[in-house]
Design a protein around this ligand. Structure first.
Ligand SMILES: *Cc1c(COP(=O)(O)O)cnc(C)c1O
Length: 440
């Protein structure tokens, strides 16, 4: 829940030392200041400019392996399908594909990105409440592994498109379990009044109907109750309901090949506790273990969130009537989460001197002409000078993907650190590129 609270509401702010201690991939040295995976952030800013997304392959890889290991230890036949909407940087996607991940996509753009970065079509799941006919046709013609259908209306459309293409569409029905994920209202998806999924009591007849439709191959059920979920209780409730449905389907003699358990696993944005992979795997084992069916997981944030940060320069520090403002060269157009969800992100100075200097409350804001362009309110921070660098932590998920060009601000560049060296994986957009689509 913490990450969803307004910044002002966090009872006590973790110190820089506490934030770093909880993130061993970050360290600080007296000469070079803050480093990610041993690479000084100041040198990256010099070489590539700011704002800059900085990702660490080692963190991403370690998290993928930790989750896979926990699933294996729980004897769950499971495949991890990365939810591309959390981060669509092709270099990261390539890494995940190489690690053996599948993909979860919600648009034809994400489908193309997944295909181009090495995911086999069978290893791609297509989710989302508003797939167009063209998107469904592209995915089916490409041999997609599973379409998660979110309504009776969509099931009929998938059936018609598959029939026209002479194919049998592999479909899973997405259950709306009517469970409150206990997260921010804007990222809750599993309640009866959310737009997502098919009401619980309509699943069995619809599944039967799908099984009797020649152009459809129902492969199982899917569920996704929300994002940034920090306790397992909502999962247990939702999975219990899905398990009941699977039992009913099997009792009706209907084929169930797999269960898609969705994503949503939360990460600590400060130093709060979050569920560990082993505990999540145990919850899955408890709900679904007896079926001995393959599971599909769709984590996004959990895999990439901690693996990235947003590096930004202080443009100026100004003293308002009542507050000190630290103005950055990154804005809400780069990282929208604080403005959209009042999300809390750790903000840590890069220079070693600043890390150990006395702190006083400051509002950290961007340059965009909106009051909502605020990264933190009354955050204990040192005195800053023009050009100082700060790292906005845990920005690897729902960061660059949500960035826009509002205020005609070009989209930021990204680098990936692999084996101790960083390489550019997304060029900074130029003003010419930004204006190139206009016809005047
Ligand atoms: C957003 C989404 C995910 C990933 O959610 P995270 O909170 O990033 O793990 C997975 N599945 C579906 C259907 C989604 O919409």
């Amino acid at each position: 829940m913490d990450a969803a609270l307004p910044s002002q509401a966090r009872a006590s702010e973790p110190s820089f030392a506490e934030l770093l201690a909880a993130r061993p991939w970050l360290s600080a040295a007296p000469d070079v200041g803050l480093m990610l995976d041993g690479v000084p952030l100041a040198s990256l800013a010099r070489e590539h400019g700011t704002p800059l997304w900085v990702y660490a392959d080692s963190v991403l890889t370690a998290r993928y392996r930790a989750l896979a290991t926990a699933l294996g230890a729980a004897k769950l036949p499971a495949r991890i399908h990365f939810a591309l909407k959390a981060n669509d940087t092709l270099a990261l996607l390539r890494r995940l594909a190489a690690l053996g991940a599948g993909a979860d996509v919600v648009s034809v753009g994400e489908y193309e990105a997944a295909r181009r970065s090495g995911f086999a079509p069978e290893a791609i799941v297509f989710s989302g409440v508003g797939k167009t006919d063209a998107e469904i046709a592209t995915a089916l013609a490409g041999g997609i592994g599973q379409i998660n259908v979110e309504s009776a209306e969509e099931l009929a459309r998938v059936a018609a498109i598959a029939a026209r293409l002479g194919l049998r569409a592999p479909v899973a029905l997405r259950v709306n379990p009517d469970v409150d994920a206990g997260t921010h209202a804007k990222i809750t998806t599993g309640k009866a009044d959310n737009k997502f999924g098919i009401p619980f009591d309509r699943i069995v007849p619809l599944y039967e109907q799908a099984a009797g439709t020649p152009s459809l191959r129902p492969v199982g059920l899917a569920v996704h109750i929300g994002s940034q979920i920090l306790t397992l209780e909502p999962y247990r409730r939702a999975y219990g309901r899905v398990a009941d449905l699977v039992r009913t389907l099997l009792a009706h003699g209907l084929p169930v090949e797999r269960i898609d358990v969705g994503g949503g696993l939360g990460i600590p944005y400060g130093t709060e506790p979050a569920p560990l992979p082993a505990a999540f795997a145990a919850a899955l084992q408890q709900a679904f273990g007896a079926f001995r069916l393959p599971l599909i997981l769709e984590p996004g944030r959990w895999l990439v969130g901690p693996a990235g940060l947003l590096l930004s320069r202080v443009v100026l520090q100004k003293q308002g009537a009542a507050r000190r403002f630290v103005v950055l060269d990154a804005g809400m157009n780069d990282l929208l989460r604080p403005a959209l969800y009042e999300a809390w992100h750790g903000i840590v100075p890069v220079a070693a001197g600043r890390l150990h200097a006395p702190v006083a409350p400051a509002d950290v804001v961007g340059p965009v002409c909106e009051t909502g362009d605020t990264f933190a309110r009354q955050r204990p921070l040192p005195d800053f000078a023009l050009g100082d660098l700060v790292a906005i932590l845990d920005a690897g998920a729902y960061g660059s993907v949500m960035s826009s060009t509002y205020n005609l601000r070009p989209r930021a560049a990204a680098v990936l650190i692999e084996g101790g060296t960083a390489r550019l994986v997304r060029r900074r957009q130029t003003i010419d590129e930004l204006l190139a689509h206009d016809v005047d």
